[in-house]
Design a protein around this ligand. Sequence first.
Ligand code: ACO
Length: 386
Amino acid sequence: MAAPSVSTSASSQVRPGLEGVVATETKLSMVDGQNGVLIIAGYPIEEISGKVSIEELAMLLWTGHLPSKEEAPGIQKDLATYRALRPETLEILKTARNAPPIDALRMACATLSLDVSNPNDISPAGDLALAKRLLARFPTVIAAHSRLRSGHEPIAPRADLSLAANFLYMTFGVEPDPMAAKALETYWVTVSDHGMNASTFTARVIASTRSDMVSAVTGAVGALKGPLHGGAPGPVLDMLVDIKTAPKAEAWLRKEITEGRRIMGFGHRVYKVRDPRAEVLAKTASEMAGAHLQNTKLYALACAVEKTAIKVLEELKPGRNLKTNVEFYTALVLQSIGLQPDQFVSMFACGRAAGWCGHVMEQHAQDRLIRPQSLYVGPKGLKIDR
Ligand code: ACO
């Protein structure tokens, strides 16, 4: 057999993980990792989070126009008409009742085009029709799954509540706590869009083939679930539970890092300073902590662990600039409203759905196939010897 030849030419062109590659233009969000700035369709994240609903934010991303105070109730009313799930989606959730919530969401998401006459309509009107269904139904899917896996029947959505308050109502079956609903809404707006992150890129790649909105978002859900992306906040909570008390943090963190494991909730491909979303969510977590004693203790522990982690990471990974990312305080906010750690990533998907849909619309309008190249480094000229 001939000796295989291996091509090494042009290897300098390869950018592992596409680090630093600018893949597209977008009007949806800007991430400045050096200065810790996040702009959502023109608005700094600190300006918009907590002030608008996720429904209003979605309209901003999908139409370029932030609804006025007078328009906002009509937007909520319109989106609320899409919340109920079809029997086919509920059947899938029953079958997937023991699957992790994010997997159940991925399976259910694929069915969300069943009630449009042409799911392959990628015109602006077709995209908008599907975007409304995706944003409105993701929380219904998660709430129904959470009821089914605990042996209860799903609760039908109410149209008189905001998307966030209705999610809490469908999950817990009681009148939603306004403070918890506000915290969830702030969280969803804070994570609604974030430049060319892995799941958004996935959605855009799928959309670039002129595939439809639901296919693109189903793929994005799959990309979000990994622990290096949206799957980190569940493990953040596990870490805090394992550390137990602030004095034990340093030894725990040192052991993890020296044994080659990563500290969840720290580090980011783009941010080299503290993620501005961590700032917003730390404030929300602190407000929720003030309301409940159990949350107060966890919040105090988290603040101490954050401080220690930054110090230990700087010492053991010098120069890598590993700072707090969005997932650290996400864990506290979602825990404080009564959700289970394995539901956290699916909550992320509910907020990010607004951004994914906006990017699919933008990609369909740009209509340019995303098709990079690869550098072949395998053998060539092999012969079949038989
Ligand atoms: N804990 C310990 N070490 C870390 C961490 C961390 N959280 N993050 C990076 N490092 C180390 C790496 O091991 C590597 O060390 P080395 O130079 O000795 O080999 C160095 O820092 C650089 O790491 P990269 O892998 O090049 O960083 P990258 O930009 O690819 O990683 C990522 C970004 C994936 C977010 C990473 O920081 C990480 O794994 N963090 C923990 C998981 C997490 O919190 N994910 C949520 C991210 S936010 C989001 O997606 C919404």
